[in-house]
Design a protein around this ligand. Structure first.
Ligand SMILES: *Cc1c(COP(=O)(O)O)cnc(C)c1O
Length: 231
C-alpha cells in the first residue's frame, strides 16, 4: 500500500522550507555564491516514512539518514519517489556495508581506506564523501586531516565508486560563528585535493557554512522540528 502524505504536514514543511530558502538566499548573497551550488539535504532520521514523503511533496529531493537499520525499514515505503536520492550521513560500521550499499546513492561518512574498499567491493556505483574530523572530541568519527591525503589517493584508485568530496561536523556551539574556522578548514582541505563538494552546516549553522563554501547543507530541525530524545 502506498501512503500519501498528509497535506497539513506538506504545508508545514513547505513553510519551513520557504524560511530556509530566504535565509539561504541571504547567506549565498553574502558569500557571492549561487543557489544551484548548494544542495539542501533533508535529514529525516528518526521520522517515519510519511515525513520523507511529505518532504518530497514539498519539493525536497535529497534525503539524509543516519542509521542503516532505520532506513532499511523505511526504504520499501518510499518506492516511486522519482528523482529522490538518499545519503548516509551517520557513521557506517563495516559489518553494515552490504546492507547500506543498495539503500544509498552516497555515503558521506567514509573515514578509512578499509571502509572505502568494502563499499567498492559491493559493486554498487556509490558516491563516497570523506568525513574529516576537525575537532578533538572523541565522540566524533572521521579521519584526521593528516590521514586525508592517503585516503583521497586510495579512494581515487577504486573502481566503481566515485569520490564526491568532503564532509565534516564541527563541535556544537551555541554561537554559529564559532563553527566558521572548521568550515573554512574543510574548504581549504577540499581545495588542496581538488574536491569541490563540501557537506557542512546543519540547522544551527548552515548560513555560516554556506558563506564558507558549503555545497551540501544537512538540515533536520529547521525543516521538521525537534526530533525528541534520540538526537
Ligand atoms: C542529525 C544530523 C544533521 C541534522 O541536524 P539538525 O541540527 O537537526 O539540522 C546533520 N548532519 C548530521 C551528520 C546529523 O547527524
Amino acid at each position: 500500500m502506498r501512503m500519501f502524505p498528509d497535506t497539513g504536514m506538506v504545508e508545514h514543511i513547505r513553510e519551513n522550507l520557504e524560511l530556509v530558502e530566504e535565509r539561504l538566499a541571504r547567506a549565498l548573497a553574502r558569500g557571492g555564491r549561487r543557489r544551484e551550488d548548494v544542495t539542501v539535504i533533508a535529514v529525516t532520521k528518526t521520522f517515519p516514512a510519511e515525513v520523507t514523503m511529505a518532504a518530497y511533496a514539498a519539493g525536497l529531493r535529497v534525503f539524509g539518514e543516519n542509521y542503516v537499520q532505520e532506513f532499511e525499514q523505511k526504504a520499501p515505503l518510499l518506492q516511486g519517489l522519482e528523482g529522490a536520492s538518499y545519503h548516509l550521513i551517520g557513521h557506517l560500521q563495516s559489518n553494515k556495508v552490504n546492507k547500506a550499499a543498495p539503500l544509498f546513492g552516497c555515503i558521506q561518512t567514509v573515514d578509512s581506506v578499509k571502509l572505502a574498499r568494502r563499499l567498492a567491493d559491493t559493486g554498487r556505483p556509490l558516491e563516497l564523501m570523506l568525513e574529516v574530523k576537525l575537532s578533538e572530541e572523541d565522540s566524533k568519527h572521521g579521519c584526521a586531516p593528516e590521514e586525508l591525503p592517503a585516503l583521497v589517493e586510495a579512494v581515487r584508485t577504486l573502481s566503481g565508486v566515485t569520490l564526491g568530496g568532503l564532509m565534516t561536523m564541527p563541535p556544537f556551539f551555541d554561537d554559529a560563528e564559532r563553527a566558521r574556522p572548521y568550515f573554512a578548514r574543510l574548504r581549504e582541505l577540499g581545495a588542496r585535493h581538488g574536491l569541490r563538494a563540501l557537506s557542512m552546516g546543519m540547522s544551527g549553522d548552515f548560513e555560516v557554512a554556506v558563506e564558507e563554501g558549503a555545497t551540501h547543507i544537512r538540515l533536520g530541525t529547521v525543516l521538521f522540528g525537534h526530533r525528541g530524545a534520540r538526537r
